[in-house]
Design a protein around this ligand. Structure first.
Ligand SMILES: Nc1ncnc2c1ncn2[C@@H]1O[C@H](COP(=O)(O)OP(=O)(O)O)[C@@H](O)[C@H]1O
Ligand SMILES: CSC[C@H]1O[C@H](OP(=O)(O)O)[C@H](O)[C@@H]1O
Length: 405
């Protein structure tokens, strides 16, 4: 069996040609001249586009044995390529309309061939440019509720569920999230990254005992609550979209965890963009309209997510105990409170932790950027602290609006 090595563009071409010639894959005609280039802009992996003369193309994504954004000093398991491919296959079987299609997967080379989604836009880039996506909330709700429900104890037979929890055990990538989301932000840490002007705000946040307690509860849920197969990194860079289509990529942080985590991360990224637009859009009416679009997307995504979960529990639950009157509502209230908490943590960690977002870091005016950072920190803190007071989504939306004005 061939050994792992990190590809260059020529390796990517040779690999694809071999699949077409020797293994019967039909991505390209056998006699086509192929070209390739690497264009990954994520924190972790190589991404190549391989095209023929007619501009047909596929994507080859390969894991490196370390985190790309840091280098070889941060070794990282190649098993993340397996997790990513297998989550995509699992989610794609449940919700093909919103999951990137896996065309081929090789665990030894830690690579996956994916459909090329380059005709769509990465959501983060498009939202930085204040583009509207009227179906985004609806599509994300569908993806998260369906993949969530059909991988949960409400639906899976008990032993199948445990087998899947084992299949998707992802300790190294979970450790990254455990460190970056929960640990680093509450203390001085060399991985943290924020300007000196924020020091007093950060010190105050880090000395808030109530915040430490609330984040301890969220981390405990993350560590020991295998409710469903999460995407695990549901930020705006993991979503391709246009006016009619939404496709999810990059679930290498996938594992069985708390249902509120993915929807909370998604909403957190909408709010990071919302806050950033205060500095990006100077014209009041345009900013107000865009803010209103983001809030509609947020409310729609959460409302439909909850509505579809509740409908699936009623229609498709297989576990008799979990069908007890009132249990579904009790369960979804906990999911809501978790989601609000994880949303708040995402706002904080993207402001002061290792991995930031271009929505904020790309704001050129320093004072305007600092104002946005203070806002995301305050909003994140309030959401984490007050999540437990929200008994239903309406109370969440009111809390949010009170913090945004
Ligand atoms: N299926 C795809 N089609 C087109 N471009 C893709 C696809 N998957 C990834 N990319 C491109 O590669 C970039 C990095 O991919 P991503 O999966 O986020 O990598 P990482 O795991 O390193 O974060 C994306 O921002 C996008 O531009
Ligand atoms: C060192 S990993 C930091 C950060 O990067 C991941 O995102 P992506 O792979 O999509 O760039 C994830 O959000 C991690 O928290």
């Amino acid at each position: 069996m061939a050994k792992y090595f990190a590809f260059n563009a020529q390796h990517a071409i040779d690999y694809i040609k071999n699949l077409v010639k020797e293994e019967g894959y039909d991505f390209f005609q056998p006699d086509q001249t192929l070209t390739a280039y690497e264009f990954g802009d994520g924190n972790l992996n190589l991404v190549f586009r391989i095209s023929d003369e007619q501009n047909n193309s596929v994507i080859l994504k390969q894991a490196l044995p370390y985190a790309r954004c840091v280098g070889e000093s941060w070794p990282l398991t190649l098993d993340r390529a397996r997790i990513e491919a297998e989550v995509l296959v699992n989610h794609g079987a449940i919700c093909p309309e919103h999951t990137a299609n896996v065309l081929h997967y090789n665990p030894v080379s830690a690579l996956t061939i994916l459909e090329d989604l380059g005709h769509l836009q990465i959501l983060r880039t498009a939202q930085i440019n204040a583009e509207h996506f009227p179906l985004l909330g609806q599509h994300v709700a569908r993806y998260l509720s369906y993949t969530g429900f059909y991988n949960s104890d409400f639906y899976l037979a008990a032993q199948d569920k445990k087998a899947k929890v084992t299949q998707f055990t992802n300790p190294e990538l979970c450790q990254i999230t455990e460190d970056l989301f929960f640990n680093d932000i509450l203390r001085e840490h060399e991985r943290n990254n924020y300007p000196a002007q924020l020091q007093s705000t950060v010190s105050k946040l880090q000395s808030n005992a109530a915040l430490h307690l609330a984040i301890a509860k969220l981390k405990a849920q993350f560590l020991s609550c295998p409710q469903t197969l999460l995407h695990g990194d549901m930020h705006s860079g993991s979503i391709f979209a246009d006016q009619s289509t939404t496709k999810i990529i990059d679930p290498e942080f996938g594992f069985f965890g708390p249902i509120g985590f993915d929807i909370g991360s998604f909403i957190g990224n909408l709010l990071l963009n919302y806050c950033a637009q205060n500095a990006r859009i100077s014209e009041f009416v345009i900013r107000r309209n865009y803010h209103s679009h983001l809030l509609t997307c947020l409310q729609e995504s959460y409302s439909l997510f909850e509505q579809q979960w509740l409908a699936l529990i009623v229609k498709q639950s297989t576990d008799l105990n979990l069908q007890a009157n009132g249990y579904a509502e009790h369960f979804m209230q906990q999911v809501l409170q978790d989601a609000i908490g994880y949303c708040g943590v995402e706002l904080i960690r993207r402001t002061i932790g290792l991995a930031h977002v271009a929505d904020i870091d790309g704001i050129e005016d320093e004072q305007a950027r600092l104002d946005v950072q203070r806002h995301t920190l305050a909003l994140g803190e309030q959401l984490v602290l007050n999540a437990h007071t929200c008994n239903n989504k309406e109370e969440f939306f009111s809390l949010l609006i009170s913090q945004l004005n």
